[in-house]
Design a binder for this molecule. Structure first.
Ligand code: NAD
Ligand code: TYD
Length: 350
């Protein structure tokens, strides 16, 4: 494979995937296609933007004409599709935006490759990057496997589930060569501070309250973002055609325990006395339809492709906190302007 489009490459996970492919595969040409929404930021890719095998184009996947033009001109052999609206809380406020980018945008991309590949599928692949949230919520026990029935609850997870169904429908109906990955919650550098872990780090640095939804007894399975990028690389190259793989950290944390861990690590870093940052914890109104627990069984990707997480949680969190402390310009930049309005509206209850 020589030519690859990565959509959403200026976002959190996408930028780590772009970096990995640009550095790992100098013989490929990587086209990062991104609309640069509030979540897309080319500063994330400063270190690789001058590499000869990297190109960027600002484009919206919901613009059918533009996408067909770009794909006809570039003629990609592969697509790794990450572009999406990704925040559950925003999906509760503006669900239609999620249908547009996540569902319609995905179908436009599928149509574009169907057209340009024109049934010549040798060496071609469309890799759709999805989430464990499509499976719904678990109680205290059990895991999501690749066979778990889809049961999304939020407008975000419903839009991702819908896009997964379209990807499978294109495989079944048109024989399109596809693969899907469903991953648990990621964390790491370049994570937009609307999501829980970077929001905690940002607020601790600024001595602002730490909003914990409901009673804090919600559980998520956290994976270091670079381990996700490695898994995507493996599945893109070696995953079975028309198959799906779960990716997870085997690393479940209740939100309230996670907040205390982040507070403890940051007290140490900031030279504060232990317990200082935890004083900022504030329980706030719960998220409507809040999924109690996500937990991924990632044994299939482990058995078939030999993948497992390489970074343990405390190490990954420490690296993440260090990154945010060393990159406060990045943080100040992304939290200026529209972020403030979003934050005030989302957390006006505090
Ligand atoms: P993000 O919000 O940080 O980045 C999304 C990127 O997509 C941004 O660069 C944005 O500009 C771009 N984008 C959005 N709409 C677009 C459009 N219409 N056209 C072109 N570009 C557009 O998201 P993320 O956290 O990096 O997630 C990336 C993908 O991984 C998403 O598909 C998400 O559903 C999936 N995922 C995320 C997680 C997680 O924990 N963050 C876990 C599993 C799966
Ligand atoms: P988030 O990072 O938004 O990811 P997702 O909802 O996709 O899992 O949230 C992670 C968990 O943290 C989730 O249970 C909601 C909770 N949460 C809070 O308690 N407070 C917050 O301010 C945010 C953003 C999330």
């Amino acid at each position: 494979m020589k030519k690859l489009v990565i959509t959403g490459g200026a976002g959190f996970i996408g930028s780590h995937v772009v970096r990995r492919f640009v550095n790992q595969y100098p013989e490929y040409t990587i086209l990062n296609l991104d609309a640069l929404t509030y979540a897309g930021n080319l500063e994330n890719l400063k270190d690789i933007e001058d590499k000869p095998n990297y190109q960027f184009i600002k484009a919206d996947i919901t613009d059918e004409k533009q996408i067909i033009e770009i794909f006809s001109e570039f003629q990609p052999d592969g697509v790794i599709h990450l572009a999406a609206e990704s925040h559950v809380d925003r999906s509760i406020t503006t669900p239609l935006e999620f249908v547009k980018s996540n569902v319609i945008g995905t179908v436009i991309l599928l149509d574009a490759v169907k057209k340009i590949w024109n049934k010549n599928y040798e060496g071609k692949r469309f890799h759709h990057v999805s989430t464990d949230e499509v499976y719904g919520a678990l109680n205290e026990t059990g895991f999501f496997t690749e066979e778990t029935k889809y049961n999304p609850h939020s407008p975000y997870s419903a839009s991702k589930a819908s896009s997964d169904h379209f990807v499978r429908a294109y495989a079944d109906t048109y024989n399109l060569p596809v693969v899907i990955t469903n991953c648990s919650n990621n964390y790491g550098p370049n994570h937009f501070p609307e999501k829980f872990i970077p929001l905690l780090i940002h607020n601790i640095l600024n001595n602002k309250t730490l909003p914990v939804y409901g009673d804090g007894n919600y559980t998520r399975d956290w994976l270091y973002v670079i381990d996700h990028a490695i898994a995507i690389d493996l599945v893109f190259h070696k995953g079975k055609n028309k198959d799906n793989y779960n990716i997870g950290g085997f690393n479940e944390w209740k939100n309230i325990d996670l907040v205390h861990l982040v507070c403890k690590l940051m007290d140490k870093k900031l030279g504060r006395s232990e317990g200082e940052s935890a004083k900022l914890i504030t329980f706030v109104k719960d998220r409507p339809g809040h999924d109690l627990r996500y937990a991924i069984d990632a044994s299939k990707i482990n058995k078939e492709l030999g993948w497992k997480p390489s970074v343990n949680f405390e190490e990954g969190l420490t690296r993440t906190i260090d990154w945010y402390m060393d990159n406060q310009d990045w943080l100040n930049h992304v939290t200026s302007g529209s972020y403030r309005k979003y934050y005030d509206e989302q957390y006006d209850l505090i």
